[in-house]
Every structure is written in structure tokens, then in C-alpha cells.
Design a protein around this ligand. Structure first.
Ligand code: PLP
Length: 348
């Protein structure tokens, strides 16, 4: 098996890249007269934000017990995903791999970067099909393997042994997307970034932190890989108001935990009540804040719900007759359940 060597994995032009040096890189501190960045001296949002989001990272470093220089803050996971292609994949030559069905952005971002996405279907129980994967370890152009855990839209955590096997066997980047990890009740793989130099763990403030609008995505990895992230990112990639929103969210752990508990309680109730509705054929196990459910006719149920102004995600095109339902507030969930009960009466 080939060893992972970062300098061989990174694109040559990125290795050689001299990053843009912005005005705020040169003078640290906010106690000066700033005549360096051609900003307007008047106004409220008139100053460029901290290019490295130092305060957000300081707070995250304490919480997650990782050094600040092993954290990247992006403009949503979208940026975290896009940059991994830009750092490691030569357009038109290199490839990435994912286990389908999964989050759609990996493939879109690959296509934008002109990178082929190899797709290996998950097994029937939604676990990774290792025998199908192993032959691809020898493909010298395969640079990144995406593992979404808990996976969207199936909802399940991937088997930790399978993930470890891939980390040990693949000599490229293993990108583990933990967007839903806070709902899963298991430990994040962040602590493994010490042991595996090829591991990137992505998280987001969009789900459990209730901050989708602020676009805060994170990558945890080795100091070196985070260094490349910082080299290729746009200078002011996270806006000042968004950094402030992230800091405010991090300051209120009580609110975070009580909302999470509320969602997990509603998730339990939703599962119980959905299981009593005969339109719902199957509720898949979920380690996230949503359920994948199988119905008789997903297109019909989805559009009837939409007509009743209840918007779910129709996943029929990726998993036959399946709909993905996010756990909402108690009253939203009750409205969904009542709508399904009403449909059931009409159908019977
Ligand atoms: C929702 C989601 C994200 C979040 O993306 P952001 O750009 O951070 O909002 C990331 N990964 C997966 C799998 C998701 O479902």
C-alpha cells in the first residue's frame, strides 16, 4: 500500500502558489488609525473583517480541543467542499469518489472543477460496499473519497470500522462530512485528525447550530492541510456579521443544548406517530434530524403535502418512493402528521 504524502497529493500550482496578502494580514490589532485598505471611514460595516476568523477559531479550539491552526472556517460547507477540489484535483485529470445516494454538492462541486466523480452505491442497508471500493484504491488519479456520516438523505452513520479501513487503506484524502454529527450521539472523528494525515472532517453551523443563513462551514485537519485551505481561500471569505453570528451562537451553549434536546424529543415523537400511519411503509433508522421514509407513491404524497403548504424533500429520483422529512417544531410536526392522517382518510 502506498503511503500518503501530502506534497505529492497537493496540485503543483497550489504548492507553488503565492497567496494574496491583504492589508489586514500586515497589521494585527484594532487600536490604530487605518488608512491602509481604502475603506470608507464612516459607517458600521465599513471595515474588512478578520481574514482568519481568529475569535471564532479560538472559541472552537477550546470546545473541540484542537489547536486553532487546525481549523478552517468557510463560507458554508459549500466552500469547504469546493476548496478540497481546488487543492487536490487537477481539472480534467483527477477523480473523486462518493457513496450514493448522498449529498448532492459533492458531485456538483466536482463538475464545476471538471473532476470526475466515481459513484459507488451504498449497500441495501446503506453501509459502504467495501469490496466494490477496494479496486479503486489503485487508481492513481483518485484523489478524494467523500464519506457523509450521518449520510444525507439516508440518515445513518457509517460504520466506524469501515471508515477506519478506508483511512488506513487509501493514500489520498478522506473527506468525512459530519454535518449532522451533533444529532448522532457519537464522538466526532475530529480527534482522529491527529492520527490520520489524510483526514479532513467537515462540520457546519447550518443544522444543529441553527445558523444556516450565516453560512459557517468548518474543516478540521492537519496543520498542513489547513495551511493549504488558508492559501487558496478568498481573503475575506467569512463576512463580519457572519463571524459575529457564529461567536454569539458559540457563547450560548445552554440554548444550543436545549434546542438539540427539543429536536431529538420531537424526532422520537415523530417516529412514533409516523409509524402509526399506514401511508408510511417504512421509516429508516436516523442518526440525524430528519427521516427518510418510504411511501406507496412518493410523487403523489409529496405534491399533496406541498399543496397543503407542507414542504418535504421528494427523494424518489434517488431512492424509490422515498421522502425526506426534517424534524420541525412541535406544531410543524403536528401539522405534518394531521395532513398525512387526512390524506389517509381520503385514500381509504
Ligand atoms: C446541510 C448539509 C451541509 C451544510 O452545508 P452548508 O453549506 O454548511 O450550509 C453539509 N453537508 C451535508 C451532508 C448537508 O446535508
Amino acid at each position: 500500500m502506498k503511503k500518503f504524502i501530502l506534497e505529492n497529493a497537493v496540485r503543483k500550482n497550489i504548492l507553488a502558489l503565492k497567496p494574496y496578502s491583504c492589508a489586514r494580514d500586515e497589521y494585527k490589532g484594532d487600536d490604530a488609525i487605518f488608512l491602509d485598505a481604502n475603506e470608507n471611514p464612516f459607517g458600521v460595516l465599513n471595515r474588512y473583517p478578520d481574514p482568519y476568523q481568529s475569535e471564532v477559531k479560538r472559541k472552537l479550539a477550546q470546545q473541540k480541543r484542537v489547536p486553532e491552526d487546525r481549523i478552517f472556517v468557510g463560507n458554508g460547507s459549500d466552500e469547504v467542499i469546493d476548496l478540497v477540489f481546488r487543492i487536490f484535483c487537477n481539472p480534467g485529470i483527477d477523480k473523486a469518489l462518493s457513496f450514493t445516494p448522498t449529498y448532492g454538492m459533492y458531485k456538483v462541486s466536482a463538475a464545476i472543477n471538471d473532476v470526475d466523480m466515481i459513484e459507488i452505491p451504498l449497500r441495501e442497508d446503506f453501509r459502504i460496499d467495501l469490496p466494490a471500493l477496494i479496486p479503486f484504491f489503485d487508481d492513481e488519479h483518485l484523489k478524494i473519497i467523500f464519506i457523509c456520516s450521518p449520510n444525507n438523505p439516508t440518515g445513518n452513520l457509517m460504520n466506524p470500522g469501515d471508515v477506519k479501513f478506508i483511512l488506513n487503506s487509501f493514500s489520498g484524502i478522506v473527506f468525512v462530512d459530519e454535518a449532522y454529527i451533533d444529532f448522532a450521539g457519537v464522538q466526532s472523528l475530529i480527534c482522529e485528525t491527529d492520527r490520520y494525515p489524510n483526514l479532513i472532517v467537515a462540520q457546519t453551523f447550518s443544522k444543529s447550530r441553527a445558523l444556516a443563513s450565516a453560512r459557517i462551514g468548518l474543516a478540521y485537519s492537519s496543520r498542513e492541510i489547513i495551511g493549504y485551505y488558508n492559501k487558496v481561500k478568498a481573503p475575506y471569505n467569512v463576512s463580519g456579521p457572519n463571524q459575529k453570528a457564529a461567536l454569539d451562537a458559540l457563547a450560548d451553549e445552554t440554548e444550543f443544548l436545549s434546542r438539540k434536546t427539543a429536536i431529538l424529543e420531537e424526532k422520537q415523537r415523530l417516529r412514533n406517530e409516523l409509524s402509526g400511519i399506514s401511508l408510511i411503509k417504512k421509516i429508516y433508522h436516523s442518526d440525524a434530524n430528519f427521516f427518510l421514509v418510504e411511501v406507496g407513491d412518493a410523487d403523489r404524497i409529496y405534491s399533496t403535502l406541498t399543496d397543503m403548504k407542507i414542504v418535504t424533500r421528494n427523494r424518489h429520483s434517488v431512492i424509490k418512493n422515498c421522502i425526506r422529512i426534517t424534524v420541525g417544531t412541535p406544531s410543524e410536526n403536528t401539522a405534518l402528521l394531521e395532513a398525512l392522517q387526512k390524506m389517509e382518510e381520503i385514500t381509504v
